[in-house]
Design a protein around this ligand. Sequence first.
Ligand code: DQA
Length: 142
Amino acid sequence: MKTIAVVNGPNLNRLGTREPEVYGSETLEDLESRLTEEASKLGVTVQFHQSNHEGTLVDLFGQLSDEAVAGVILNGAAYTHTSVALRDAISASGLRVIEVHISNIYSREEFRKHSYTAAVAEGVITGLGFNGYSYALQQLAV
Ligand code: DQA
């Protein structure tokens, strides 16, 4: 059975209470239970990771590469816009990665319009809320 990793970056542990007008009122736990249910229907396994630390996310890509997971759904959050290290880790991992953002990063501040990680991702889904993770899961499950 394929394993797909869902990797959430900084501050996404605060979903539900963090700026609900931007990110909605559902929690990270809600997202994870939704994806677990969807994964079982798709016949895949999902594993979940969240970190507020850049180096931990870099290390994680090395681990996921060693585990040879079938794909990664990544919301790198603020590190999307700042981290060459995360981009290099994705690139080095050789893994299929789909970048997801809950909000539409193109309709917000200028600094959010650039993603270091988008160019090394298979695709990017932005602005579709939690549905973006579900669409990415469907894509990686096949
Ligand atoms: C985000 C968008 C980023 O700009 C922001 O730093 C986040 C969340 C999103 O899911 O919309 O933390 O990745």
